[in-house]
Ligand binder design. Structure first.
Ligand code: NAD
Ligand code: MG
Length: 340
C-alpha cells in the first residue's frame, strides 16, 4: 500500500469513526439515520438477491420473431422489461417536463416510466402504428400520478418536428428535458444493396429529426434544462451490415459534443447515451438478421442483451440537475464489452 493509499484509508477511518460517535450522540439527522437502515427507509436500495447481472434477465437463445418495422414491444417474446413492475423513483425529477421521442417502446418507454416515477410530467412521440404500445406507456405515466401527453407523428417531417415540440411545451406547460431517442435501424448486407431511399430515411430519422427537434426546443429550454440523445456502440465499433445506421450514431456523438459547447452559456447540458445490445423491437423488425436476434447479446461478457429498464438510470442521472457539471459526454451501457 502506498503512502497515498494509507492517508486515504486513515481519513476514511476518521470520518467513519466521527459518524459513529455522532450517531451515538444523536447528532445524525432523522433522514440520514433512516437512509442507513435498509429495511425501513422508503427509498432504501433493493436487496441484491436476483440482481447478479449474469442471470438477472433472459439469455439467448430466443425464438424466431420477425416483425415489420417499427415493430411492437407487445409482440416480443420474452416481453422486454421496461421497469413496469420494478422501477422505483426517489423524486430526482420532481416537477420537470420532459419530451421523449420513441417513448412507446424499448429504451424510450423505460425512460418514460422512470421519469414519471421520478416526478416528471412526460410527453411521448411515436409513429401512429405504435398506438397500442404508446397507450400502455400513457397509462403507466398516469398511474405514477404525472401528466401524460401522447403526440403521434412522423419525425422525418420538419414541420411535424416543430409542431411536436410546441405541442409538448404547450400541453406540459413548459419543457426542460428533451430526450432524442427515436431511431431507425435496418440492416443491409452490402453497400451495393443499400438504396439512397433507405440511407436517406435512416439519416432523416436519426440525424435530421434530432436537429429539427432540438432546434425547435431551444425556444423553450431554460437554464438548468437537459438534452439527452441516444447514440449507440455503433458510433465507435460499426457493424459491416449497419453502414448508414452506424454513421448516424457517430454523427449524434459529434452533434452532442458540439452543441454542449454551444449552449453551455445558456445553462443547458447536452449528453448522449450509447447502448450496446438491448432487447427492443428495433432489432427484431429488421435491425438485425433473425439469426442474430435469436442469439442477441450472446457476445457481451454478461452473455445476454440488456433490458430497457437497465439503461433508464443513465437517462435519469443525465437529466437530473444533480449532474450539473456533466455535459458533452457519452455514457455507454454494453454489458461489459467496454466499447468506449
Ligand atoms: P424501439 O423500436 O423500441 O424504439 C425506436 C422508436 O423510434 C420506435 O418506437 C418509434 O416510435 C421511433 N421511430 C422510428 N422512426 C420514427 C419516425 N419516422 N417518426 C417517429 N418515431 C419514429 O427500439 P430501441 O432500441 O428502444 O431504440 C431507441 C434508441 O436506442 C434508438 O435511437 C436506437 O438507435 C438506440 N439503440 C438501440 C440499441 C438496441 O440494441 N436496442 C442499441 C444502440 C442504440
Ligand atoms: Mg416502438
Amino acid at each position: 500500500m502506498s503512502q497515498h493509499d494509507h492517508s486515504k484509508f486513515s481519513r476514511r477511518q476518521v470520518v467513519g469513526g466521527l459518524m459513529g460517535s455522532m450517531a451515538v450522540a444523536g447528532m445524525v439527522s432523522g433522514a440520514s439515520a433512516a437512509e442507513g437502515s435498509a429495511s425501513s427507509a422508503p427509498n432504501a436500495a433493493p436487496p441484491l438477491t436476483g440482481k447478479n447481472p449474469l442471470d438477472a434477465f433472459p439469455k439467448p437463445p430466443f425464438e424466431r420473431q420477425p416483425q415489420d418495422p417499427p415493430g411492437l414491444a407487445s409482440k416480443m417474446v420474452p416481453r422486454p422489461d421496461h421497469g413496469e413492475k420494478s422501477y422505483r423513483g426517489s423524486g430526482r425529477l420532481t416537477g420537470r417536463k420532459a419530451l421523449i421521442t420513441g417513448g412507446d417502446s424499448g429504451i424510450g418507454r423505460a425512460v418514460a416510466i422512470a421519469y414519471a416515477r421520478e416526478g416528471a410530467d412526460v410527453a411521448i412521440n411515436y409513429l401512429p402504428e405504435e398506438e397500442s404500445d404508446a397507450k400502455e406507456v400513457i397509462d403507466l405515466i398516469k398511474a405514477a400520478g404525472r401528466k401524460a401527453v401522447a403526440i403521434p407523428g412522423d419525425i422525418t417531417d420538419e414541420a411535424f418536428c416543430q409542431k411536436l415540440v410546441n405541442e409538448a411545451a404547450t400541453q406540459l406547460g413548459g419543457l426542460d428535458i428533451l430526450v432524442n431517442n427515436a431511431g431507425r435501424q435496418q440492416y443491409v448486407e452490402s453497400i451495393t444493396e443499400l438504396t439512397t431511399e433507405s440511407f436517406d430515411k435512416t439519416f432523416k430519422t436519426n440525424v435530421y429529426a434530432m436537429f429539427w427537434i432540438t432546434k425547435a426546443a431551444m425556444a423553450h429550454l431554460k437554464p438548468g434544462s437537459a438534452i439527452v440523445n441516444t447514440s449507440s456502440v455503433q458510433a465507435g465499433k460499426p457493424s459491416p451490415i449497419l453502414l448508414d445506421y452506424a454513421q448516424t450514431k457517430a454523427a449524434i456523438v459529434a452533434f452532442t459534443k458540439g452543441l454542449a459547447k454551444q449552449v453551455a452559456e445558456k445553462g443547458i447540458r447536452v449528453n448522449a447515451v450509447a447502448p450496446g445490445p438491448y432487447w427492443t423491437p428495433l432489432q427484431s423488425s429488421g435491425g438485425q438478421p433473425m439469426e442474430k436476434v435469436m442469439k442477441f447479446g450472446e457476445e457481451a461478457p454478461f452473455g445476454r442483451p440488456g433490458q430497457p429498464v437497465e439503461i433508464a438510470p443513465l437517462y435519469v442521472t443525465l437529466a437530473s440537475a444533480e449532474s450539473s457539471f456533466t455535459s458533452g459526454q457519452v455514457w455507454c451501457s454494453d454489458g461489459g464489452t467496454g466499447t468506449f
